[in-house]
Design a protein around this ligand. Structure first.
Ligand code: NAD
Length: 287
């Protein structure tokens, strides 16, 4: 258990026994030029899980920050995500080793397939080999829904440790949360603050509940997820907001409060991801 002035961290035990912090720090759209400073701030305030991706083009800065932080490598849970056109087993292995090289690391705690790429069985068996080689401690998927998830698992030796999917108060993903629980795959929320959309930070239901606990609407939105065991990786480049997002495990929502927030579910996702990403040509990306 990690306790510091901002949090007593809680962990999810993944299906391989590895413990992953319930609250981590995501760096999507954090410019590579400020990523190192942001990740150093996050580590100094008590975050011990960092979520990046090849697609974000800031892996090198994440790795540099971890190495400079003085936090022992084994105390930080590092996730990145594969982005590869025409994936084959060989290209997958080269691609993962590219991430390790860019980040200056010997191993990753979690490697995800960023979204279904069409040859996911081949990627997965390469991931499984890399687990055996010790390069990857756990492997998982992102943006996999019932059809793609079931297809992958049918031929897998290792069940994905994590499925990282868009999940927030406006898109609560109850069917996926139940399905993942049934197979032992942890749900990790991306966009846990709905990427700031739908007026989340001043939402009357969240604000009123927050006022009763001395917390902000953002903190209530995160607690709604973590109280269900859903891993969150909120992003902010501002240190005071990083701290605010970390200080979310020291209060609990009542069943009435949880029920009121359940009522905010629209059943719709936010627009533009990952279909937006699929407009990019993966071969543009150099490894
Ligand atoms: P988010 O829901 O974390 O929202 C980020 C926005 O909220 C930013 O504009 C930030 O300034 C603001 N914010 C953060 N904390 C705040 C606070 N306490 N008060 C007020 N405003 C606050 O959105 P996100 O960054 O898209 O998602 C989080 C992480 O999830 C990403 O950084 C990335 O690591 C991951 N992600 C993954 C995928 C995927 O396809 N796997 C897609 C998107 C994001």
């Amino acid at each position: 258990m990690l306790t510091n002035e901002h949090t007593t961290m809680e962990y999810v035990t993944l299906n391989n026994g590895l413990k992953m912090p319930l609250v981590g720090y995501g760096v999507y759209l954090v410019d590579p030029s400020v990523t190192e400073r942001c990740v150093l701030d996050a580590l100094s305030t008590g975050y011990r899980s960092i979520d990046t991706a090849q697609y974000y083009e800031n892996e090198a800065a994440v790795g540099a920050a971890v190495r400079k932080s003085g936090v022992p490598r084994e105390d930080v849970f590092i996730t990145t995500k594969l982005f590869l056109s025409k994936p084959t087993s060989q290209r997958t292995k080269e691609n993962v080793k590219g991430s390790l090289r860019r980040m200056g690391l010997d191993y990753l705690d979690l490697m995800l397939i960023h979204w279904p790429m069409g040859n996911d069985g081949e990627i997965w068996s390469a991931f499984e080999d890399l687990v055996k080689e010790g390069c990857l401690r756990s492997i998982g998927v992102s943006n996999f829904y019932p059809v793609t998830f079931d297809r992958l698992v049918r031929n897998a030796s290792i069940v994905p440790a994590v499925n990282q999917i868009e999940t927030h108060v406006f898109y609560q993903q109850r069917p996926m949360v139940q399905k993942m629980a049934a197979v032992g795959t942890a749900v990790e929320s991306w966009g846990p603050l709905a990427e700031g959309m739908n007026g989340i930070f001043s939402h009357p239901v969240l604000s009123e509940i927050g006022a009763a606990h001395g917390k902000t609407a953002a903190q209530v939105a995160l607690r709604f997820l973590t109280q269900q065991g859903i891993i969150v990786i909120p992003k902010s480049v501002h240190k005071e907001r990083m701290i605010q997002n970390l200080e979310t495990l020291d209060f609990g929502l009542s069943e009435d409060e949880m029920e009121a927030i359940r009522g905010l579910d629209t059943g719709h996702n936010l627009e533009g991801w990952p279909s937006d990403a699929l407009r990019y040509e993966p071969s543009d990306f150099s490894h």
